[in-house]
Every structure is written in C-alpha cells, then in structure tokens.
Ligand binder design. Structure first.
Ligand SMILES: Cc1cc2nc3c(=O)[nH]c(=O)nc-3n(C[C@H](O)[C@H](O)[C@H](O)COP(=O)(O)OP(=O)(O)OC[C@H]3O[C@@H](n4cnc5c(N)ncnc54)[C@H](O)[C@@H]3O)c2cc1C
Length: 533
C-alpha cells in the first residue's frame, strides 16, 4: 500500500518538550512551522522535571564557578567553549522564559528568585517553580506556541524516519520525515526546509527509569540511520533516588531534597555516604548512584532511605509540595518517615553530535535537548544543566536555521508499505522489549565488565535480527517503531561501552577501573552503509 499524503512546511520540529517548543517560538515569525509529537503535546520529560534550571544569578556566584563545577563533574570530556557559552547565555533565557509567562518561585516577601542547590553545584543556582519546574515551563511554552498563527501542532504523530537525499543519488541532506498518524494509521511524507529533532532521551532502554514512556531514543535512532554522527552513548546517568514503592511508576525524588539537607541512610540508620565522598549525601549523582548500587548488592536490601525527618517540616512541605503529596498518597509522610529510594536510568548524556549552533553532521538537520551530544555534559551531566542546554541550543539553532537553503530531490517517493499486513504476533514486541530492558539493566547498567558487555552484545544482535525480519513483514505500529529504536539505541550504548576500555564519569568498568589519558575523547559512531533497522 502506498500512502500519498504529502505535506510541507518551512520548519518541521519533531518533539514538543522544552527544546522543540523553544525552537518553534524562535522560528515561527519566519515561516510555517509544524510540530509533530507522538503523544499529547504536553507529554515530555520536560513536564516531569522537578529540580529546575541551573544558571548564575546569585550575588556570590560567578560564571567561572558554574563552568568549573560543570567541567569537574564532566570528568575531562566537556568541551570547554561549549560549557562557557552555555553558562554565560543562561540568565538571558531565564529572563525570556519569565517574559513568556513562566512563574518561577521567588523568595518569601521578595521579587528575587529563590535559588535551589543540587549535587555537584558549589553555589545556590537552580531556578525553580516549587518542585514542578518542568510542568510550569511546558505550560507557558505550549501556550505561547499554540497562540502563534504560523504554528501547527500534529499530536499523536510519530516520526518513523528522516527523509534524506542520499537514496536519490544526491549529497546527503535531510528534507523532512515520515510521520505515522497514530490515530488513523496513515503515514505522511512531511517535507521541510529544515528538520529540527527534539525527541528527548532514551531511559526506556533500562528496566528501571525515571523517564516517561515516550523516552525510547527515537531521535537518536532516526538520526543514526540517516547517517548523522552519534557520540558518547556509554554515558548514561542513573539518578540515585527514584521512589521505591510497588504503586509508584517512575516517580523521581529530586536531588533538591538532598540540597535542602536530606540524608541518605541504610535501614539501620547508617549515613553510608559519609565514608564515600566529602560532600556526603550531596555528592555528584553518579557517585551516589554507585554507592547505593553497592550497598544494595552488598546487603540484599531492596532500597535505601532518604531522610528529611530532621528538617523543619513546614519548610519541607512548602518547598516540595508535589513530592510530599505523592509520598503521602502512598502512606509515606516524609515529615516523619524516611523515603524509600532506588537508583534508576535518568539521563542520556550521549546523542546526536551537534556543533555550537545545534547543527548535526547531516545537512539541514538541527537538534537540541536530550537527543543531542553537544559537548556540555562530557562524561557526566551536572544536575539541572539539561534544561539549560535545551534552551541555549534551541535558540542558537533557530538563529542559524532561518537562512538555510532547502535540499530536495526532484520527485519524492512517498511511504511504501509493500506487502506488509497487520501483525498477529504482537508477542514478539513485548517479549523482546522486556528481555532487552532487563539485560541492559543487568549487564550494561551502573557498573559494567567486559564479560557482561560481550553477553549484552550477543543478545542485542539476536533481538535486532528478529526485529529486522518482523519489521518488513508487518504494518508499522507505534510499539514496533519504539522497539526498533530502543534496540538500536541499546546497540549503540553497548558498542560505545565496549570501545571505552577505562572508567570515567558515568562509565564504570571493573576490568578497567582507572581513567586513561588515551581515552580522553568522545566515542563517535556513524552509520554509513545505508538504512539500518
Ligand atoms: C523525572 C525527571 C526529572 C528531571 N528533572 C530535571 C531538572 O530538574 N532539571 C534539568 O535540567 N533536567 C531535568 N530532567 C531532564 C530534563 O527534563 C530533560 O533532559 C529535558 O526535559 C529534555 O527536554 P527535550 O525537549 O530534549 O525532550 P522532552 O522534554 O523529553 O520532549 C521530547 C518530545 O519528543 C516527542 N517525541 C519523542 N519521539 C518522537 C517521535 N518519534 N515522533 C514524534 N515525537 C516524538 C515526545 O513525545 C516529546 O514531546 C529531568 C528528567 C526527568 C525524567
């Protein structure tokens, strides 16, 4: 079956989190913008961000200090010039968000912003809207974008693959994407002068994650298949404190609780982080996640506890109303009871390689946000630097993309489903999905070894073979597309981890426990031999 639904706009934005919406606002006065997003428009990781956005606003803080903290946590792999401009441009974007209607929390009785502190930061510099920062930012951006006459939002439209010129015998460039209308099952061929990827992260590659269900690494997989370079996929950040409760799905207990004095303890009350790092419970999150992982493996316990009971209970509830409400609904009163927590996959530091203007290595494909590897985070992300990165790179990319020339083949081939039929074997998807996430957690998780990585590699290749066969025989569905993408992302993580024969930042391999100068470089992977499942 061929689908002749061909559409066109100047800017095709894929994703409606902070990066996609902020970019759309910047280009909307200059052409027709279409935002394709796979669920409801507000559904994104952005919506769940609690802590806030790191930026230098306090009198006693400085750009140099924020730069230094970022470089320190990044363990030798940050690109210093990227860190510098990202930090220096931060305050102006916070101001812009406020002009757009974002209501950040101010100090009691004052109009100056309340600044939180998080792990790895040497000053208070996290701008927040109580503990619902992302929700407030998403609300305001979505309202502004929706009010713009040049912007069309296609919700429940999932990008399948990027349209590229190489298959037409031209120099490779991107000119849009195939979009699956998840309600009708139609596939649109959407052409655009510039395509902007803002599809977020890939936490669903692991069994336990703080990420919402949409985080299946679609953008990374699409860009890689289209020929764009992808880097540093071995650096996956595990958040130390996901709420541990059978009825809580992916609910994060923000690092800001430890910033306000929360202390991690074992069941018997031992403050185990004291002996691990000079900053104790407020150590950088990879250090904390590994320490918890070790304690859990050592003791066989199911969780550790985050204790807020020694703090002023009114202040705790005022600062963290959302977290308090969630815990309370599960019978955990954080004013009197330590919160049970476990580590979980949280943030993908690697992604599509972009230059300082958000351009990928594929012409006319720009990207920002968690889908990218910009050089800001290096081997480990400093808390609350990701929303900042998304703002800075979306704005920079928009500025440059206004003047891009289109690249387009003379006659575009629409989507072709061939002889594919409706699948009667959906079990292939669920089986592979569960298996993949479990072995990624066990073999390619917080602590790795050569043997475990080899095992993971054998398994992922089997799964990818099975998906390849299945993919061409059945009509595409959202679930199948996500499985195909997450399997490719798993392959990229495993491959990158196998190449890095050292331990650095978020990548810990017990067979190579030290950092080596020879590996002080990005791990860049590029796919050059045509389409890949
Ligand atoms: C629980 C939680 C708390 C966090 N707290 C903080 C914090 O306090 N501070 C901070 O700096 N960072 C935080 N982060 C990280 C931060 O929220 C994310 O890195 C950031 O929001 C990513 O923004 P984004 O625009 O790149 O992607 P997202 O906000 O994830 O948006 C991605 C968009 O792409 C769409 N999409 C995905 N695939 C497709 C496809 N194939 N086709 C069409 N659309 C697609 C999605 O539906 C979504 O709209 C947190 C993350 C989580 C999960």
């Amino acid at each position: 079956m061929d689908s002749n639904l061909i559409q066109e706009s100047d800017f095709l934005v894929i994703g409606s989190g902070i990066a996609g919406l902020y970019y759309a606002l910047h280009v909307a006065d200059h052409g027709r913008v279409t935002i394709a997003t796979k669920l409801e428009p507000s559904e994104s990781s952005t919506k769940y961000a609690q802590g806030g956005i790191a930026t230098v606003l306090a009198q006693d803080d400085s750009f140099e200090s924020h730069i230094e903290d970022t470089l320190q946590v990044g363990a030798g792999l940050c690109h210093e010039e990227v860190v510098r401009f990202t930090v220096e441009e931060g305050p102006r974007h916070i101001k812009r968000l406020m002009q757009l209607g974002v209501e950040f929390t101010t100090k009691p009785g004052s109009s100056s912003l309340d600044l939180g502190r998080e792990g790895g930061h040497s000053h208070r510099r996290v701008v927040h809207a109580t503990d619902l920062t992302g929700q407030e930012v998403e609300r305001a951006l979505l309202a502004a974008v929706s009010a713009h006459p040049n912007v069309t939002i296609l919700d429940h439209h999932m990008a399948i693959d990027l349209l590229t010129t190489a298959p037409y015998g031209m120099e490779n460039a991107c000119f849009g994407a195939y979009l699956l209308d998840q309600r009708s099952g139609d596939v649109l061929t959407h052409q655009a002068r510039v395509t902007f990827l803002a599809t977020g992260g890939a936490g669903k590659v692991y069994l336990y994650t703080s990420n919402p269900d949409l985080a299946t690494g679609d953008g990374i997989a699409m860009a890689y298949r289209a020929g764009a370079a992808v880097a540093n996929m071995e650096f996956f950040q595990f958040h130390p404190t996901l709420l541990y409760h059978p009825h809580a799905k992916s609910f994060l207990i923000s690092e800001a609780l430890r910033g306000e004095g929360g202390v991690l303890r074992l069941r018997d009350g031992t403050e185990f982080m004291k002996g691990v790092h000079e900053m104790g419970s407020l150590a950088p999150r990879d250090v904390v996640a590994r320490a918890i992982d070790l304690e859990l493996k050592r003791s066989g316990a199911e969780c550790v506890h985050l204790d807020m009971t020694h703090l002023d209970s009114d202040a705790v509830v005022a600062r963290f109303p959302n977290i308090h409400e969630m815990c309370d609904s599960l019978g955990i009163d954080m004013r009197t009871t330590p919160i049970p927590v476990v580590p979980a996959a949280h943030y993908c530091c690697g992604g599509v390689v972009v230059d300082p203007r958000g351009a990928s290595s594929l012409r006319n494909l720009s990207c920002a946000g968690e889908v990218t590897c910009s050089g800001l985070h290096g081997a480990c992300r400093l808390a609350s630097n990701s929303l900042l990165e998304a703002l800075v790179f979306a704005a920079r990319a928009a500025e440059r993309d206004l003047h891009k020339e289109p690249a387009r083949p003379p006659k575009v081939r629409p989507w072709h489903s061939g002889d594919a039929v409706d699948s009667d074997e959906a079990v292939v998807v669920t089986q592979n999905w569960e298996e993949l996430r479990r072995f990624m957690w066990n073999y390619v998780g917080i602590v790795r070894s050569d043997k475990r990585l080899d095992r993971a590699r054998r398994r992922i290749e089997l799964i990818r073979d099975e998906i390849r066969e299945y993919y061409w025989n059945f009509l595409v569905t959202g679930d199948l597309l996500e499985l195909r993408n997450i399997a490719l992302v798993a392959h990229l993580i495993i491959e990158s981890a196998r190449r890095r024969k050292e331990s650095r930042g978020l990548h810990k391999n017990i067979d190579h426990p030290k950092s080596e100068e020879a590996y002080r470089r990005d791990t860049v992977l590029t796919h050059v031999d045509g389409p890949s499942i």
